[in-house]
Design a protein around this ligand. Sequence first.
Ligand code: X51
Ligand code: ZN
Length: 668
Amino acid sequence: MGTALVYDEEMTKYKLLWVDPACKIEVPERLTASYEALVRSGLSGRCVSVPARQASDAEILLVHSEEYLEAVKKTPYMTLEDLKEFTLQYGDVYFHPNIYHCAKLAAGSVLQLVDSIMTGKVRNGIALVRPPGHHSMRGAANGFCVFNNVAIAARYAKQKYGVKRVLIVDWDIHHGQGVQYCFEDDPSVLYFSWHRYEHQKFWPHLRESDYDSVGKGSGAGFNINVPWNKVGMENSDYLSVFCHVLLPAAYEFCPDLVLVCAGFDSAIGDPEGEMCATPDIFAHLTHLLMNLAGGKLCAALEGGYNLTSLAQSVCQTVQTLLGDPLPRLANLRSPCISALESLQCARSAHRQYWSFLKHAANPPLPEISTKPIKLAKEEEEPAETAEEESSGEAKVWPEPPQRSCPPVCSASVLPDDVAGADGLKRLSTSGALQPRLVNKLKNHFTKAADDGDAVATISRLHTLMEKMLTNEIGNGLALVPDVAAATMCFAQDLASDLVDRVLVVCVGNATGLNYVTTDGRALVVHISGEDGEERKSKYYIPVRLKQGCGDTSGFLQAVLGLLLPLGYEYDPGLVLLGRMPESGVGDGMWQQLIGLLRGFAKGHTLVLMQANEEACMGPTASALLGHPAAPLQELGAPFPQDGDALERLRERLQADWKMLQTTGRMDC
Ligand SMILES: CC(O)(O)NCCCCN
Ligand SMILES: [Zn+2]
């Protein structure tokens, strides 16, 4: 199934008609720059074009009051003076004779997206709209927003399609207080927002934007705020919050639909956010949400005021929605102290509501100051767009890397003709495999299995990997006689000769995985139900689930809170996933694991399975081909001792692995 793109140039036909420094950045060019970049890159041609439509009164009234709607209805007939007068009653927003029409189109566009996804016409999609929506409230416009496009879409999906649980992820750099107010007592909508806050010194200066606003009444726990108290946040800060807060909660919530308040003012170069995360981060943020809700993801444009980073970020998002391999995020740095404090505060505030946080450390939280706030300097003279910025140095960043389209045959089980015993000889004569390597492999393998099929296996694996690294195939699946032996020898000999770093993930009990990985050429994470070999090096990480890999919630916590952050920090050139016989891992969890691992190494994943596991071939190949993983059943809490052990392991490892940190010094 495809990716929908909703865009209508009518939504460019309104603009600021008077002087207002706070609103000058919200210009029609935001939409044209985004759309034209999608056209130029060929991405719009790969999407299913879905027409915009006007939201009806009834649909708008799902969120807004009648008096507010009636008031906005009058604006098309107002004089310029009346429009200015009308605007004064709201904050940082402007009206225009055509904005009511565009606001109905913006809201209706997101509803069109919801229809296309819920009726199975497409898998996912994005609506390029303005005016944005997430600040607008039941009875008020605010922050360039008139109708709350995403809040209306959430209510619409529940009413029309009986959707039980909606996840709203708001990666815009401003707090969508309109969305928070709409659902704060509603446990069927989980709202997650990060936002520039600077201890309330940044617009909209709301005390309820802080991390301790967790929702009210039966909605307690279903509102997650992560305030950024400093500017300059980077990719690693964003990914840490996804891995250690959003994703565990999102999977535990188990949504039927994911809506994204896709604001790109959180990207580098944006005058509002002043953050340093690069446009390719949105490829990963999108990817990390795409295995939820069976892939039903609907993104709606919110903010984004640097036309260059906005357009690049939109393209990165759409290209991921289309299923293309992700760019590698090179040299992630450690999350900064301020980000770790925000992460820690959000986790502590939600500890009582989420089982994944049950065993999280619980240090005392800093006092939230009650003294009156001094507005940040830009409140007097708001920042100009990055292009026009004369004073400050204009931010520069590298063009996001090219992302090759996935090769046609993206998952491949090598035909047997390569498997012949002479396979290796051919490889060695072809020079593909240095003779010394042949001997090394042979003596490794001959111990493990009889000479014939061992050699055959090696040649098969090598061919698969070669094809991957030349991008002839995206990823691969190999059935081998002995997964443990194949994985071991592959990691130590085969792969490390062809890529600089191999992430090896072993699932299930296995003996003899005696990895000696001290040089960092391979990072081995072994998730099993038994005690692995004790940790010899930073690069061998046994993760033990006392309940075994069949315990999906424990397994998922290990994947989200350990494996993902490790993988991002390690940044492998290849991922090797070995499924040991009788691993006990469920198909759904197995598909989620493959889906998430595709985010590394530009999707180059090689899966090794025991030859006799035909039953698992289908689900594995489906996941390798990028089909969304089957939604997991509602997750119970991880078994106490596993939850606790995983938290203790994470705390022990964070000295070596910065992306595992979740606490800063609490001196804020
Ligand atoms: C949609 C949005 O979140 O980007 N609006 C930002 C309004 C800023 C007003 N100072
Ligand atoms: Zn914003």
